[in-house]
Design a protein around this ligand. Structure first.
Ligand code: PMP
Length: 339
């Protein structure tokens, strides 16, 4: 008797001309524990399945292609970006395939693992002080701008203010979620950094089904929740926190507050334990912001946002291998006073 191949999957059935065509079509995976605990369906869009191991592959690819189409990026040119790491890795990956140089400005908050990854992908990494105010010439934003002015044939992609970022999610991540949930989705939960993920996905989902509720996730120490509530930028709220990728100290143009129905702010400690729970219980080794998003799902449930027939989709932006020295390290957890 012929046995069917136990390893066959529908998503790996194609062959592709380069790594660029392997971006997207990530799985939607049911979270068993959260679904049971919360008595509602909780599913995760697991972006770690992208070749660059994060959702930023989609953004990097789309921003680069738009820059090529507009003529801003020419063959042999240099791509510059200010990034917390993931966008940088994706840009470096695509730059490698397409033959561009890639210069990334990052803050000193970045983990050594992430810096090594960027360099391994051939990028030049410029580390800037993590506490520099956004307008300070030493901040990673200002440094990226200055480099773009200095380097001939270069383009600063500026993921915070370039709305190709949210469009990338509008055109790729969101239709996938819509199809994979067969239109059953009732809530979408995601971290907001640049806001591109949540805004692009919210725009598409609400066009299909206006009653879909979108929950933004933020960190304490970020300005975004207050901006969503009041429309104001209040820099006095800025303080340092540990979660990477969630929250901002500026208001990015990709954050569309009118598309977000609710915000949950999460604490470093709770997000860290949820991150570890994901790998230990669901077998999903995800990044720190994924734990933040899962924590936000629990908080939203506590606030009474879900009912038993709901279909909640939470996005997991990146893979946990980038955080081995952080949330997955007992020594690091002890240093924070959490273990
Ligand atoms: N999680 C991680 C790990 C990220 O790198 C980012 C991007 N900064 C986000 C969440 C937030 O995504 P977005 O920038 O689209 O708001």
């Amino acid at each position: 008797m012929m046995l069917s191949n136990p390893f066959s999957t529908s998503s790996c059935s194609e062959r592709v001309p380069s790594v660029l065509e392997a971006i997207g079509n990530t799985p939607l995976i049911r979270l068993e524990k959260a679904s049971l605990d919360l008595n509602t369906e909780v599913w995760a869009k697991v972006e770690a399945f992208n070749p660059g191991a994060s959702a930023k592959d989609r953004v990097a690819k789309y921003m680069i292609e738009q820059a090529e189409r507009s003529g801003a990026l020419k063959p042999g040119g240099t791509i510059i970006e200010a990034t917390s790491g993931n966008t940088g890795y994706s840009l470096a990956m695509i730059a490698a395939v397409k033959g561009y140089h890639c210069v990334l400005t990052v803050t000193s908050k970045i983990s050594q693992d992430k810096t090594n990854l960027l360099k391994a992908m051939g990028a030049e990494v410029v580390i800037c002080p993590k506490d520099a105010k956004p307008t300070d010439p030493n901040s990673y934003y200002e440094k990226a701008k200055a480099l773009a002015a200095e380097i001939p044939n270069s383009v600063y992609l500026n993921q915070n203010f370039n709305t190709d970022n949210m469009d990338a999610h509008y055109y790729s991540t969101a239709p996938e979620i819509w199809q994979q949930s067969e239109g059953m989705i009732t809530h979408f939960v995601g971290s907001t950094g640049t806001g591109g993920t949540v805004s692009g996905i919210a725009k598409y989902l609400k066009e299909q089904k206006p009653e879909v509720q979108v929950i933004g996730v933020d960190a304490y120490g970020s300005v975004l929740t207050n901006y969503w509530k009041t429309g104001e930028y209040d820099p006095s709220l800025i303080s340092s926190y540990r979660i990477e990728g969630t929250g901002k100290n500026i208001i990015p143009a990709n954050l569309k507050r009118e598309l977000i129905d609710h915000y949950e702010q999460v604490r470093d400690r709770e997000a860290a334990f949820r991150t570890r729970e994901l790998s230990e219980v669901e077998g999903l080794m995800m990044g720190y912001s994924s734990g933040a998003n899962l924590q936000a799902v629990y908080q939203a449930a506590e606030a009474g946002m879900f009912s038993p027939n709901d279909f909640v989709v939470v996005i997991f932006h990146d893979h946990g291998s980038r955080y081995l020295g952080k949330v997955y390290s007992d020594a690091w957890m002890k240093e924070q006073g959490w273990m």
